[in-house]
Write a new protein. Structure first.
Length: 583
């Protein structure tokens, strides 16, 4: 072997042309596009946040408006039921209409069922008070509801008013009493506005919103503490209130409207108006500073990301260039030690960057030897690739087989678990599934802060049914009964279980007591319409008695307390004559 010819080593000095060129290209190719991209992302995210905030504001307003409408509808329905029933009784016995004691008892029971009624009264066609609860309301003037109902002879709700100076603001609902198709008076219920508006407005405040409830006359019925309005104020008495009153209820695509100087500290806000069925309006506001803070956080995040990216890229580039400088120098020295005297296909040093020219000199000497080594290595690598491909095919086939067997095993285990929690006769959850469902739904209601209602169902006279028709027909009746119950449940989250025998339990997540009662009434009607013949039943068909209960704070963490209350309500339904729903 010929002796290596020493080659002069070029020093990698501090004045590095490649490093300067690379730094300039890095700024143009990375930092500037990153800056533009961050600006576009910040603009896009800001627009998205405004759209999302408007959607959330509208959703909160719609939910609250529905809550107000449902509240007034339920309480108005209570007065309609009482007025219709007593009007029908008066047609048979005219003296029953003037029976103050009977009216007082009805009003007292209605107030017990609907605590939001501050006062309830019955007035005759001339506006004279027949009965009142509490009794000290008998001498008060007829009030706004009487004029509305007497004028239209139809149920009505009033605007906000005060029964007396310095008294809390009220709103009333009333229904006409008709005797022989003639107007004979009204049943009226007055509610403190704070009683039905305070909780809903407080819920909006917990989500960062302000709200004001305005009646048909433009009077403030209730306003959150972040707004400069008091009950009974005229909304248009201030500049901000006048601008707020101009916000009209619109379709969801109408978006929100900005109102300047409407908050307590003259701050601006974005507002959405919702019209209620009663003619009132609910205005929900998001403070502008809340949205501005969200946008500021977005822009700050984008700027921070830009700074971090730029600093990281520049730092890594500087570090890599430093490593390259040191590595090139070391490789140059090492390769010059093994360079040959003659080399083929030489690399022109002038075609290389200034920093890599010494490396080109060394590579010219090693190129021939490396070509031979490359060919041998290529043959070896080709054989390795062939073996690797064969091995990967075997491994893939084995993995597919294992995955298929694993999926089959999971399906079998899932089916066994489902069957262990399902009643084979009716397809409902069995006792085990009942316990798991009760605990799970209770935890979800507690964690989410929602209501959970339970219906305890018991088929009336079912033992007599089995005794008369035999157990095979009794099993068939249970299947038909379970189908009738399912047809009355409208929500897919509702759960029906059969702990045993003719007893069933229905869980209704996110359901109030009033809603649960309506579901129970639908179930009673569905079972009755199923027309399962039962000669031992007073009505000739199979019926069901239902007890209703809803979780309460005093229930603690034990769903058994709620179920015990549902069972107690079921017994009351049985004692009251069966085929009914009881609380």
């Amino acid at each position: 072997m010929a002796a290596a010819v020493p080659i002069g080593i070029r020093s990698a000095g501090p004045d590095w042309a490649l490093r300067r060129d690379f730094a300039r290209l890095l700024v143009v190719a990375v930092v500037l596009p990153a800056l533009i991209l961050c600006a576009l992302l910040a603009w896009s995210q800001s627009a998205k946040q405004r759209t999302d905030a408007a959607t959330q504001l509208r959703s909160a307003a719609e939910i609250s408006a529905r809550g107000f409408d449902e509240f007034l509808q339920v309480h108005g329905a209570a007065t309609r039921v009482l007025a219709a029933r007593r009007g029908a009784e008066a047609m048979e016995d005219r003296g029953a209409f003037a029976d103050r004691a009977s009216w007082t008892g009805d009003l007292r029971r209605l107030r017990d069922q609907y605590p939001s009624f501050a006062t309830m009264r019955v007035l005759d066609a001339q506006g004279r008070v027949i009965a009142a609860e509490p009794a000290d309301r008998t001498g008060v003037s007829p009030g706004p509801c009487f004029d509305l109902v007497a004028r239209d002879d139809a149920p009505a709700s009033s605007d906000v008013y005060r029964a007396a100076p310095n008294q809390p603001p009220l709103a009333c609902v009333a229904s006409p009493i008709r005797v022989n198709e003639r107007f004979a008076g009204i049943v009226e219920g007055a509610m403190r506005v704070e009683a039905f508006a305070g909780a809903r407005v407080a819920w909006l405040r917990t989500h960062g919103y302000e709200a004001v409830l305005v009646d048909r006359l433009g009077q403030v019925a209730y306003a959150s503490s972040g707004l400069p309005f008091q009950a009974m104020d005229r909304l248009d008495a201030t500049g901000g209130g006048k601008a707020l009153g101009a916000v009209a209820p619109g379709a969801p695509e109408a978006g929100w409207q900005r109102v300047d100087g409407v908050l307590h500290d003259d701050a601006d806000a974005y507002a959405i108006a919702m019209g209620l069925d009663s003619g009132w309006r609910l205005l929900v506001l998001m403070p502008k500073e809340t949205l501005d803070a969200q946008l500021f956080r977005t822009i700050a995040t984008m700027l921070g990301l830009l700074v971090a990216v730029a600093a990281g890229v520049l730092g890594i580039a500087w570090w890599q260039m430093r490593r390259l400088s040191m590595s090139v120098h070391k490789l140059l020295v090492q390769m010059q030690r093994f360079a040959l005297e003659h080399a083929s296909s030489p690399i022109e040093p002038k075609s290389m960057p200034q920093e890599l020219a010494p490396l080109a000199d060394a590579m010219n000497s090693l190129s021939d030897r490396m070509a031979d080594a490359y060919r041998a290595t290529s043959r070896s690598l080709e054989e390795q690739r062939r073996l690797r491909a064969s091995l990967e095919q075997v491994v893939d086939a084995r993995e597919r087989e294992i995955a298929q067997r694993t999926a089959e095993l999971r399906n079998v285990v899932a089916e066994l678990d489902r069957l262990s929690r399902t009643d084979a006769l009716t397809g409902c959850l069995n006792y085990r599934g009942f316990r798991e469902a009760a605990n799970q739904l209770w935890r979800e209601a507690r964690d989410n802060g929602t209501m959970l209602s339970a219906l305890a169902l018991d088929i009336d006279h079912f033992k007599a049914y089995n005794d008369r028709y035999g157990h095979p027909r009794g099993d068939n009746a249970l299947k038909r009964f379970a189908g009738a119950v399912r047809s009355a449940l409208y929500h897919r989250d509702d759960v029906i279980v059969r702990p045993g025998g003719e007893e069933f339990i229905v869980f209704l997540p996110d359901t109030t007591l009033e809603q649960a009662v309506r579901v129970g009434e639908r179930i009673c009607a569905s079972v009755l319409h199923a027309d399962i013949a039962h000669a031992g039943s007073p009505v000739g068909v199979l019926t069901v008695s239902i007890g209703v209960a809803t979780n309460l704070p005093e229930d603690g963490d034990d769903p058994e307390v709620m179920l015990a209350r549902a069972d107690a309500a079921l017994y009351r339904a049985k004692h009251q004559g069966r085929n009914r729903v009881s609380l």
